[in-house]
Design a protein around this ligand. Sequence first.
Ligand code: PEP
Length: 251
Amino acid sequence: TPGIRPLVAGNWKMNGTAASLAELRSIGHGFLGSLEAEAEALVCVPATLLTRAVAALDGMPVRAGGQDCHPLESGAHTGDISAEMLKDAGAGHVIVGHSERRADHGESDAAVHAKAEAAWRAGLIAVICIGETRAERESGTTMAVLSRQIAGSVPAAATHANTIIAYEPVWAIGTGLTPTPEDVAEAHAHIRAELAARIGEEARRTRILYGGSVKPSNAKELLSVANVDGALVGGASLKAKDFLGIAEAYL
Ligand code: PEP
């Protein structure tokens, strides 16, 4: 999209230990030079790795982020992590509303909305995920689902600077299946229009990432679709070779 610098973002999910930091450093090294000139990079690691990821990426053009946050700053919420804690650990971004959180932890649009506001309160950029299930796609309700998720999950104070939207069809995540470029174009144009209705002018400069089975072999086709401003990458972000292979779509 004109005026938008693309972002290639990784989501390590519940993967990664100290042994994975070498892969992260390889991603950092790989982005130095020609890739950093074309795109920004982010890897959202498990919270246990965040401080070490930030240290491993020191001086490299790749940011580290979290994968979820609690809406509150602190308190009696065993096992939860606040946006302020992620910020303190060196994160610049946090994913909120990933479909695995929505499915495994029953997160509603309202919960995701609260988490996005928590991210901003802490000074983090919120990567807000939306996307239809297979049943919704097959019943022809995809655009209505996206409209509902945007209305419910994206706070009206969202700006291009504090928010990134990730369109992730649930049926495309981890399955090897991807929508056609035409379907991606339709969804992203719809998201841009719905965002504009909600946040006005800011929508023109807000990144809309595509996520779901992105790999080096399909990256160019998916990332060259209109209104696709980068990728959110799960499985293929675990290996530097694959993650860099995806980013190379921008070279
Ligand atoms: C994701 O879960 O954000 C994702 C896009 O996963 P994958 O790339 O593995 O489909």
